[in-house]
Design a protein around this ligand. Structure first.
Ligand code: SAM
Length: 406
C-alpha cells in the first residue's frame, strides 16, 4: 500500500510536460516551430527540439498508433492529455520510455500499450505509401548559418576567436562541402558565417554570451534589404520573436531609434527576452496591433519591415501540420487579406522611405499577389529557396517611395 502511493506520486518529467505544451501550440498554429521552441521554458533546447521534431515528423504514425491501440477510449484519465500522450508515444518509438514501476501514471499507462503499439508501428512502416515516401526522399542538408551580433563583437574578432579555437576558414563555395572543422564568411550577408549542417553551438561561449545568433540567411536578407541608415528611425511591424529586429538593431546602430511592434502579449515577452539577450535594450517595444498604430504619431519613421504571420510554407525541413478544417485555400485567402492590410498600413507613414515586405512562404498568394495588390507591381522582389540558395524558402520585396520634383 505504501509503495503504491509512492509510485503514484512520481511526477511526469519536466521535459515531457514542456514538450506537450510546445507541441500543442505548434499543432494549433498558435506558434511557429522555431518560435515555440524559443518560447519554451526548458533549459535543454536540444533535447526539446529532437523530441518535438520527431513527434511532428512521425505524427501520422503516432495518430495511427493511438487509433489502433484505442488508448484514448480505454484510458479515460488521459483522454484530456492528448499532446502528452503523443509525446510519450514519440519517446516509446525512440526507445526512451523505461519500463519500470517508478514512473508517473501517464507513462505507466502508455507503457501498458507498448507491445500493441510496437506491432502496429511495424504494420505502419510496411504500408506501401510510407515505403514510397521513404524511397523518394533525398536528404541534402542546409548549412548552419551563424550571424555575428556586431552589438557584441566585430566579425573579424569573432573569426579570430574561431581560428584560435582551431577552426579552419575556407573561401565561400555554395557547392562545396564544409567539414565539421571548417567555416566560411557568407558571400552576401557580411555578418554571416557558414558552417557544416547541424553544427551545434549551444555550449559555445560566443553563443552563450549573445554574440552568435543562429539565423537563416534568408531571414538576414530581409533586414539587410531595408538598408537602414544609422541615426534614423526604423520600425519592425511584426517583430516577435525578434530575429530581424536584432539584426536591424546592429545594422542601424545604437544611435538609431528602433521600434518593434508585436500584437501578441505572450510573444512580446519572448521578444523582450531576445532583445535583452542580444544587447538590444535600446529598442522600444510596443505591444500593439500594428494596423492600429497611428502613423501620424510616428513622423520620424523612415524604414519599415513588414514580416507578417504567414503559412511558413518555405521553411526548410518544415513539418506539415495539418489544418483542422482541411481548408488550405481558405487559410491562404485570409492570410493574404490580412498581409495586404498590414502592408497597406505601412504605406500610410508620412515619411517612410523604404518598406521591406517579407514572408517565409513560397505561395504567390502571400507574396507577389499581396505586393501587387498594394501597388502596381514592384520590380524589386527576391525569392530564395533551398535548391538554389541553400536557405529557407523566402520572399522579399523592397518598396521605395520616390518623391517627384525633389
Ligand atoms: C512571422 S512572425 C515575425 C518574425 C520576426 N520578424 C522575426 O524575424 O523574428 C509574425 C509576428 O507578427 C505578429 N503579428 C501578426 N500580425 C500583427 C499585427 N497586425 N501587428 C503586430 N504584430 C503582428 C505575430 O504575432 C508574430 O509574432
Amino acid at each position: 500500500m505504501e509503495q503504491s502511493s509512492f509510485v503514484h506520486s512520481v511526477k511526469v518529467p519536466k521535459l515531457y510536460k514542456v514538450a506537450s505544451k510546445t507541441l500543442q501550440s505548434i499543432e494549433s498554429h498558435e506558434e511557429s516551430f522555431k518560435g515555440a521552441i524559443f518560447a519554451a521554458k526548458h533549459p535543454n533546447k536540444k533535447a526539446l527540439t529532437a523530441l518535438i521534431s520527431t513527434s511532428l515528423q512521425r505524427s501520422e504514425e503516432i495518430n495511427y498508433l493511438i487509433k489502433k491501440s484505442k488508448i484514448l477510449e480505454k484510458e479515460q484519465r488521459i483522454e484530456s492529455q492528448l499532446p502528452l500522450v503523443k509525446i510519450l508515444i514519440t519517446e516509446l518509438l525512440r526507445g526512451k520510455l523505461v519500463d519500470n514501476q517508478r514512473q508517473a501514471k501517464p507513462i505507466l499507462t502508455v507503457l501498458k500499450y507498448k507491445e500493441a503499439m510496437e506491432k502496429a508501428s511495424l504494420k505502419f512502416s510496411r504500408k506501401p505509401s510510407n515505403l514510397e515516401e521513404k524511397d523518394t526522399t533525398i536528404m541534402v542538408e542546409k548549412p548552419r548559418y551563424v550571424r555575428v551580433n556586431t552589438l557584441k563583437m566585430t566579425v573579424d574578432d569573432a573569426v579570430e576567436h574561431l581560428l584560435n579555437e582551431g577552426w579552419i576558414e575556407k573561401p565561400y563555395d555554395t557547392t562545396g562541402e564544409l567539414t565539421v572543422t571548417d567555416f566560411s564568411r557568407d558571400d552576401v550577408v557580411d555578418n554571416l558565417l557558414v558552417f557544416a549542417p547541424k553544427q551545434t553551438f549551444y555550449k559555445h561561449p560566443l553563443y552563450l554570451n549573445g554574440t552568435f545568433i543562429l539565423q537563416d540567411k534568408a531571414s538576414c536578407l530581409a533586414a539587410m534589404a531595408l538598408k537602414p541608415r544609422t541615426g534614423r528611425c526604423v520600425l519592425d511591424a511584426c517583430a516577435a520573436p525578434g530575429m530581424k529586429t536584432t539584426f536591424l538593431s546592429s545594422l542601424a546602430g545604437t544611435d538609431s531609434r528602433i521600434i518593434a511592434v508585436e500584437k501578441s502579449a505572450k510573444r512580446c515577452n519572448t521578444l523582450k527576452e531576445m532583445l535583452n539577450q542580444y544587447g538590444c535594450e535600446f529598442v522600444e517595444v510596443l505591444n500593439q496591433d500594428f494596423t492600429e498604430v497611428d502613423p501620424l504619431s510616428y513622423e520620424d519613421v523612415e524604414y519599415i519591415l513588414v514580416d507578417p504571420s504567414c503559412s511558413g510554407s518555405g521553411m526548410y525541413g518544415r513539418f506539415d501540420v495539418p489544418y483542422q478544417d482541411g481548408s488550405k485555400q481558405d487559410r491562404l485567402h485570409s492570410l493574404s487579406f490580412y498581409q495586404q492590410k498590414v502592408l497597406c498600413h505601412a504605406m500610410k507613414f508620412p515619411n517612410v522611405k523604404r518598406i521591406v515586405y517579407s514572408t517565409c512562404s513560397i505561395n504567390s498568394e502571400e507574396n507577389e499577389d499581396v505586393v501587387s495588390a498594394a501597388l502596381s507591381f514592384a520590380e524589386m522582389c527576391v525569392k530564395c529557396d533551398f535548391d538554389n540558395d541553400r536557405t529557407d524558402g523566402f520572399f522579399i520585396a523592397v518598396i521605395e517611395r520616390i518623391r517627384r520634383g525633389g
